[in-house]
Design a binder for this molecule. Structure first.
Ligand code: SIN
Length: 307
């Protein structure tokens, strides 16, 4: 293992950095900027059985580094991803964590079964946390029993590890985390966006086509850090931390909170090179902070958090 590598169930990553689902498409917009093989892993867009057109425009509202999105799981569907997106990504030496969404249990199971087949897909990310769809998404992520039942059924549909992506839009995220761990989740990904809204001063109407949207960007980091630490205190499976990460120090802080690996989301919009810059800059910052290896830091923090 190198100084940057980390282990997740079913995966040994070159480094702890992966782009977050929905902020990197299927890699196409970034592959002309750097070699995607340098990434620890790549989480692609949440994919559903059917092609989804997404919510009406506008789907994004930018305010500085803060973004509200109301994309509505726009994606080319399982067939499109199997025919084009995953074969395209196979040219890179990077494990794909395939994000899966659905409007009901059967959809999630069908999409998982189909998307588990390609050689380069090494894990499933179960998206039970999209705030922008009427069916599916939050419906599965806010009740511990419902989340556990879906996790069980998706686990039964694949031989790959299943990482469950949680929503912060709940009163007690630890209850959901414990429920999915009990149902066999191999890891937890947290957090998805926080539901928000914005209004036009002239029309007095909501700006986003989907009315509400998911808030991401640097301010979300502090919510994510708090929730990752809370969940790390009560589960034994690894956590992949996501929410407002945009710098090397953010990555290290997320690992200190209790994460094993880290996803970079909205920061990819402002700076498409951000993942590469973080990966390249990590060793020097680790030297400054006397961090011998990421894996060692992960283990030290796990022990400290559980004491
Ligand atoms: C969306 O497609 O609306 C965003 C994805 C998500 O929040 O999971």
């Amino acid at each position: 293992m190198s100084r940057l590598s980390v282990k997740l169930p079913g995966l040994e990553l070159k480094n702890p950095i992966m782009p977050a689902s929905g902020c990197f498409g299927y890699g196409e917009g970034f592959a002309d900027k750097y070699d995607l093989s340098i990434l620890g892993a790549l989480v692609d867009k949440s994919t559903t059985v059917e092609v989804r057109k997404g919510n009406p425009d506008p789907r994004y509202f930018h305010s500085g580094e803060r973004i509200l999105n109301s994309v509505g799981l726009k994606n080319p569907g399982v067939e499109g991803v199997l025919a084009e997106k995953l074969p395209y990504l196979a040219q890179f030496d990077v494990p794909i964590i395939q994000s899966v969404a659905g409007k009901n249990v059967e959809d999630y199971v069908e999409a998982t079964r189909a998307l588990s087949q390609p050689e380069n897909v090494k894990a499933i990310e179960l998206n039970i946390s999209c705030p922008n769809v009427k069916l599916g998404g939050l419906q599965f992520g806010t009740d511990p029993e419902v989340a556990a039942d879906l996790t069980k059924q998706v686990k039964a549909a694949t031989d790959l590890p299943v990482y469950v992506k949680l929503t912060p839009n709940v009163t007690d995220i630890t209850a959901i985390a414990k429920a999915v761990e009990g149902a066999g989740a191999d890891a937890i990904v947290m957090i998805n966006t926080i539901t928000g809204q914005t209004f036009d001063l002239e029309t007095r109407q909501p700006i986003l086509g989907g009315v509400t949207g998911g808030l991401s960007g640097s301010s979300v980091k502090y919510v994510a850090l708090r929730m990752v630490r809370q969940v790390a205190q009560v589960v034994d499976i690894p956590i992949i931390g996501v929410g407002g990460i945009e710098s090397i120090d953010d990555v290290l802080e997320m690992i200190i909170a209790g994460a094993t690996a880290v996803q970079v989301g909205s920061a990819n919009y402002a700076n498409p090179m951000v993942c590469k810059e973080i990966i390249e800059g990590l060793p020097a910052r680790m030297d400054e902070l006397n961090i011998e290896s990421i894996e060692k830091l992960v283990q030290e923090m796990k022990m400290m958090i559980k004491q």
